[in-house]
Design a protein around this ligand. Structure first.
Ligand code: ADP
Ligand code: ADP
Ligand code: MG
Length: 461
């Protein structure tokens, strides 16, 4: 069945992105929205829009019944879940299929298997993919936690099996600390994710976050090379690149092949990402998790490979075989993505919803801006703060950085504070240029280098 109509079960910039891909394929688009999102860009761009409930995500974007009812009423062939919200909910995928529509993503079973970070570790191990040393399965008691910590050594990470979005992770430094943190972590995970299950991992210090884009149709599996997402704040990605910074060829090959082995192990369907931590000193990489959906940073992969991942998702969900052949995927140049959030980087990243009074978007063939914004739009306070993503390509990384710095000067978003000044400083930072980063780098840099910039600009003003 070729998909002729799709319902977008999401909001913000990713909804706009999906609508663009659907339109390119001649697919009718139906956009759901909460009462707070009637004016969002995706609603204006879609062929139809359906109000599915009050602003609180639980009552709208996370309400499976409401989304399915809207899809049935609109008589669509398929549902695209985007990222976040219901995108990694296996029961939602099953409900879409049970209602006679295609789910644009893997099966409910695959989502449950890989979405649980503990069973995903087991799948990785079966596929021969190295995992971070830690617990075998879930850690059920404090006694077990003690034993594992003594084996791996401190510091150790206690992680929620159902965690995501940088939440549900605690670093534990001592045995006494473990006794205190373990029950708290379990209670917190139960409240946040509806599953108090925990597992433990050795802390890989000064690691880089490197992830591999995979794609499958249940029979054929390819990778679209790697992305580097080491610039993070509170374990959330801030800036992403493709390819990773100076990854040795042998490592790159092993890494990408291991991700394909994992995809093959579960006969994966759709777009997915296998995330790893990479230790530059030992040249070892360790699997951390799989995201069974399109990722925020997918455009950097699209910029270096020329593949439209969202169009490919829609085709494969319609039953077409994967159109990508491994040998045809030839990355070229370098791409960087900056996440532009409605947050004030000078005020500890305080969320800053409000009305956009001016928007100037730089253009160019190596520049892409994926956004939910337009002039006069009022950002509702109920959702995450991502406003858009600036993606820039260059023949080399240094050309890319230079173009990014210039492009950021031309990007004007007025009315609310944004993270643009942070990215301007990063784009010109010598440390970033030299690739001297790891997953804790940005937090340190914010305390030192960025604080200095802040002080200097305050003196000038
Ligand atoms: P990516 O892995 O694509 O870089 P993020 O980690 O930034 O994406 O997550 C994308 C979105 O999904 C964010 O809005 C994030 O808060 C949300 N998210 C991801 N996993 C979960 C989860 N398990 N529970 C709640 N929100 C999640
Ligand atoms: P999420 O589901 O929230 O994305 P991940 O397991 O992917 O959680 O981890 C998010 C981030 O937390 C990683 O990119 C990394 O910065 C850090 N992290 C996770 N596990 C470890 C570990 N074992 N050692 C060091 N850092 C880790
Ligand atoms: Mg992750």
């Amino acid at each position: 069945m070729t998909i002729r109509s799709v319902l977008i079960a999401n909001r913000g910039e990713i909804a706009v992105r999906i609508i663009r891909a659907a339109k390119a394929l001649g697919i009718r688009t139906v956009q759901v929205h909460s009462a707070a999102d009637a004016e969002m860009l995706a609603v204006k761009l879609a062929d139809e829009a359906v109000d599915i409930g009050p602003p609180a995500p639980k009552k709208s974007y996370l309400n499976i019944e409401a989304v399915i009812a809207a899809a049935k009423a609109a008589k669509v062939d398929a549902v695209h879940p985007g990222y976040g919200f219901l995108s990694e909910n296996g029961d939602f995928a099953d409900a879409v299929v049970a209602a006679g529509m295609a789910f644009v993503g893997p099966s409910g079973d695959a989502i449950r298997l890989l979405g649980d970070k503990v069973s995903a570790r087991e799948v990785a191990a079966r596929a021969g993919v190295p995992t971070v040393p830690g617990s075998g399965g879930r850690v059920l008691t404090l006694d077990d936690a003690h034993r594992i910590a003594e084996r791996t050594g401190f510091p150790v990470m206690v992680k929620a099996a159902a965690g995501g979005g940088g939440r549900g992770i605690r670093i534990v430094e001592t045995l006494a600390d473990l006794e205190k943190q373990f029950p708290l972590a379990s209670a917190e995970a139960a409240a946040a994710f509806g599953d108090g299950g925990l597992y433990m991992e050795k802390v890989i210090t000064r690691a880089r976050h490197v992830e591999v884009q995979i794609f499958g149709d249940g029979e054929n599996f390819v990778h679209l090379y790697e992305r580097e997402c080491s610039l993070q704040r509170r374990r959330q990605k801030v800036w992403e690149e493709a390819p990773a910074f100076e990854l040795p060829q042998v490592v790159r090959k092993k890494l990408c092949e291991s991700a394909v082995a994992l995809a093959r192990e579960v006969r994966y369907t759709g777009a997915g990402t296998v995330e790893y931590l990479y230790d530059e000193e030992t040249r070892e990489f360790y699997f951390i998790e799989v995201n069974t959906r399109i990722q925020v940073e997918h455009p950097v992969t699209e910029m270096i490979t020329g593949v439209d991942l969202v169009q490919e998702m829609l085709k494969v969900a319609g039953g077409a075989p994967l159109s990508l052949k491994q040998d045809d995927i030839k990355p070229r140049g370098h791409a960087i993505e900056c996440r532009i959030n409605a947050e004030d980087p000078f005020k500890d990243f305080a969320p800053s919803p409000g009305t956009i009074t001016k928007l100037v978007v730089p253009e160019g063939k190596s520049v892409r801006f994926d956004t939910m914004l337009y002039e006069g739009y009022t950002i509702p306070p109920f959702y995450d703060s991502l406003l858009g993503k600036l993606i820039v390509w260059g023949e080399t990384r240094s050309e890319c950085l230079e173009r990014l710095a210039k492009t950021l000067e031309g990007l004007k978003i007025e009315g609310v504070p944004t993270t643009i000044p942070l990215h301007q400083t990063l784009a010109r930072s010598a440390a970033v240029a030299s690739g001297a980063f790891h997953t804790r780098f940005l937090e340190g840099w914010l305390e030192t280098d960025f604080t200095e910039t802040k002080t200097k600009s305050a003196e000038v003003a």
